[in-house]
Design a protein around this ligand. Sequence first.
Ligand code: NA7
Length: 549
Amino acid sequence: MNDINTAHAETTARRLDVIIVGAGFGGMYAVYKFREMGLAIQGFEAGGNVGGVWYWNRYPGARVDLPSIDYSFAFSREIEQEWTWKEQFAAQPELLEYINFVADRLDLRKHIQFNTRVTSAVWIEARKLWRVTTDRGDVCEAPYCIMATGPLSIPKDPEIPGIARFKGELMRAAKWPHHPVSFAGKRVGIIGTGSTGIQIIQEIGPKCGELFVFQRTPSFTMPMRNENLEPGYVAEVKRNYASIREAALNSAVGGVRPQSTRAFFTVTPKQRQVLLEASWQQGGLAMLGTFADLLTNEEANEHVAEFVRGKIGEIVKDPVTAEALKPRGYPIFARRPCLDNTYYETFNLPTVHLKNCLNDKIVEITEKGVRLESGEVELDMLILATGYDGLTGALLAFDVVGRDGRTINQEWKAGARSHLGLMMEGFPNLFMTTGPTGPAALANIIRISEHDVDWIANAMVHMEKHHLAAMEPTVEAEDRWMELVATLAQRTLVSKAKTWYVGANVEGKAQGLTLFTGGFHRYREYCRIAAEGGYQDFTFEPAGELVPA
Ligand code: NA7
């Protein structure tokens, strides 16, 4: 921060108790929780409204891949009863409607300033405060700062030359326009075949004049088997929410999903086939729960991968296309497993063309379309579904300056570090929700967000009760946590694919799995012990004589 800004800040800074960055699920719950605790709060959100990922991702076919019943707030019994989910896997409009319903019902918006990006957060040691500035000139100070910035909030363009040159319609999945987009009669191209690309392709495939899918790495996708929820089922869920939530809290994924305890090779090949077929028919992520060791036993994993490849071969009529769609060279479930409705069927349409960019690489984007090694594909519209600078992108996008001028940018050069995914040594009173080294992408993000905000709230209560001004983890505790995260990561196949989980999709980014792979239930246990043991992993500073502003 330069001197001019500092001088301005000292004269105009608004004093608060808690500053909350981001108004997705984590930020919304934080706003609610800290307001109910009687604290002076201010939220900042870059988007024009609440919703985070679901505010931005309006692309055609956007849909959650966890059951809506699980993918919803659990902190309010009233909201659980008042809101009725329509689909088993809600589409983006229904999710956004729900998010807005919650914001209205709890009157959250008045605490959040929208269309505002935080540009810096600086720890003022002398006064034990975070000073936060925004791109609209706001300057706020508060002892606590909550980074509810989400693991998937910085979308990433591909490293392909010429994007700015394209004269047709250039669309980005994560910044989709708010108005309807027509595909009729157009030659449309899409780059990216992760969860996002798959959802778009199956949705727009039948609507485009022609669709060209530029695929580098094929993903495994399984049938979602989405359905409308019957009123009788919804009523039963509403009667049983308490036990549904309890089960979610005690599960590895933070949701109610059957998980078998049998190992793959304990059953006969014939039985395995029957069980896998049943899971395929059941849909959703049932396949992952069919056996206990699919994320640890490479050979078992390969059998399941081959089963799915067989299904692709059965569905896709053209053998060359089918072969190109079959993922190879990495374990199934090591990338985020996708769920689809008609993805593979889409490639049977005569107007949908798969371009295998492993054999025929993308050279550049031109004024007219995409140039492959084999020649140019002319397009009216190009869609980029090329992912995110995941987990760390949001906190590296602005200046976060802790004790002694230390920045997160420097601290995370060799890879993200934190204690419990919640706090960092050198950054007192700075808390993250769904932060790196927590279970973020591997479990229900709403369960993790609620857990994290509750943990933070308890830490604040502890500090207030004991007249403490600042808290941060010790280096030793952070080292121990990082070692545990690394040890667990080695045991799982999740590390074995080039994904945003391991930072492989961003040039120059430190590589490695900075996610807690021990399961959400065990993560909760570690966090509980850290707090109940008297916060022994943390150092505190007493609220002594502070230098006045
Ligand atoms: P993902 O899963 O990171 O997928 C991004 C896709 O974009 C993936 O297929 C990439 O292929 C492709 N990509 C990226 N750069 C290029 C270039 N330069 N050339 C060709 N293809 C490229 O992001 P999503 O948005 O689909 O999903 C993110 C999360 O949202 C997901 O995990 C769920 O949690 C929900 P690559 O694999 O790099 O070969």
